[in-house]
Structures are given as C-alpha cells and as structure tokens.
Design a protein around this ligand. Sequence first.
Ligand code: 13P
Ligand code: SF4
Length: 345
Amino acid sequence: MSKNISLNHNSIDRATKGDSSYDEIANILIRKNITLVAHYYTPSEIQILAEETGGIVSDSLDMARYGSRSRSSTLLVAGVRFMGETAKILNPEKTILMPNLHADCSLDLGCPPKEFRLFCEKNNDREVVVYANTSARVKAQADWMVTSGTAVDVVRHLHEKGKKIIWAPDKYLGDFVQRQTGADMLMWDGSCIVHEEFKAQELRELVARTSDVEVLAHPESIKDVLEQADFVGSTTALIDYAKGSKSKNLIVATDKGIFYKMAQAAPNKNLIEAPTSGESATCKSCAACPWMSLNNLISLKESITNENNKIEVPSAIVKEARKPIERLLEFASDSKQVVFGNNDA
Ligand code: 13P
Ligand code: SF4
C-alpha cells in the first residue's frame, strides 16, 4: 500500500510549540549549549527542535562533519548508534549524548566485529571499505568508511587504482555501487530491514497508474526498485533532487521521516510513499526505521536533563576507527562529485 503525504508544517509547528515539554527541552538545549544533530529519519518534532535550537538535520555524512565544526562541547545525536559513535570518534574530547543507546541498525547488527575480522583475514589482498552503518569496532578494521552519498565515488577511485575491494555490510548498496563502477567487490551479506521491504511489482503498478511521476530511491533498496528509479541517492541528494524535479508526483523509496524536510524543500510536489506491502509483503513496517523511532521528546529530555546515555568508545578503537573516517572526509572535501548536505555546518 502507498500513501500520499500531506505534511502541514504549521500544524506540526503548533502541535509541538503548544507542548510544554517541547519548550522546556528547547530551553535546556540552549541553556546548556548542547547542539542537536538529527538525522532526517527521526520524528518530525525532533527535526523541528534541531532546526529551532541552532542544530542541524542531515544525512550521515554531514552529521559526521558537523560535530567537529560545532563549538558546543556537548552534542546530542538523534539518530542511530553508529552516528553517535562516529561523532565520538571524530570528537573524543566532546560529550556525545543520545536519546536512546538502544537505537541500533540492522546493518550494524548484521556485521559482528569478530566475524568481520575473520572475513578480512581470509581476503587480505583486498582494500576494506565499510559503510557508515557499522560499529566503531568494524570501522577500526577498515581502510575506508563511506556513506551513501560517497560510496560510488570512493569505490570508483579505488577501482581506477586497480584495487580489489571487501565491501560491508549492505549487499544492496554494494551491488548498486558495483554496477556503477565495475569494481571487483567481495560482499558481506547484510541489509537494511526498512529498504529491503519496498515492493518492486507494486511500485511498477503504482507508476503505471500515476501521471507526471518520478521515482526517487535510497541505494539501500533492492535492485528491482533501484532499476525503476529516476534518481538514486543519499537522503540529502533525494531532497535536493525533489526540489529541482519538474514532475508533480514523486514516489519516494526511503524511510518516511524524510518527508518532513522533503516537503519543506519541495512544497508544491505531491510526495508519495513507495509501496511496502502488498501480496508479497512480509513486513508491516511501512517504511519507518524502528530504531530511528526510539528518538522521541521523552527520551531526549531525559538524556539532556541527566546527561546520561553517553556514547563511550575505547581510545584504542577511536585511534583506529578515525583513520577510515578521516580518509573519507578528506576525499569528500577534494571531490567535486560528492553530494553534500543541504545544511551548512
Ligand atoms: P544517509 O547517509 O543517506 O542519510 O543514510 C543513512 C541511513 O541509515 C539510511 O538508511
Ligand atoms: Fe539502519 Fe535501515 Fe534504520 Fe538506516 S533505515 S538506520 S540502514 S535499519
């Protein structure tokens, strides 16, 4: 089933502004000089709070970069755990809080560090490229970290240098990157439980009965969905594309949290959720990451009031995990092709 999105910013605004805990939380953030760094998939009230208190809402690449540029000594990362860990690795001197430390990610959970080490040891003639959606301990074993907005450029760069690659953990993103670059990539078998559920046949039928339409998809989606997409990109790139699109109707295959910012960037578009259920459906998640949903005003308030839910990463891991992340950040600042976020840090 697909659903048309009609987000009314004024009503979201009124609802959240009328909520005394919203005002209280905003005041605590400002008084304690805590910067809220939120991902597009978090609930809209968290995104509004970030916007209104001088934080940012963005993709994982920009979230990583922003933390280092922020003058606050405490960052509140609203997203999933690997995002908090990346912030800590790049800013070990800062306090990194999260609304909920149980905000995992199926890609991270599906790539245990010990098994990954064995996999790398067996194939030690390859450059190890890991997606941002991995634990600090997995990053510590990698040569490169990439995000959805940088994966194709980094792998193409390595392929042009004649490198063979170990890719982990998302097999769908890896497959997409492989098709774009022609690189020799040995894949880890991981997937995102949200993007894996978009239904290709139902999408085909929806496109057929919708006029003046384009399909936008995140590259963690399955191949059959990506093949129907007019544009494939990171969350930031999808929002930018929606803004510039000439089509009236946009079917979007990614977590529905993105619709808050997408509707803001492209207010005249009719935004439609890509189908997640139908005859072949096994999941009723309806394009909502269960771990991103753990970020709510209650958990956020608790974290900043008591300054608990601190992200800690052992210093030996920080030292190793920093290298692949910094390699990416350096590459991204040199590369003209990399898609940057739409929030300037
Ligand atoms: P982005 O880097 O595109 O924001 O993706 C993060 C993510 O977890 C997608 O599922
Ligand atoms: Fe992980 Fe998928 Fe959730 Fe993104 S949407 S955080 S990849 S489980």
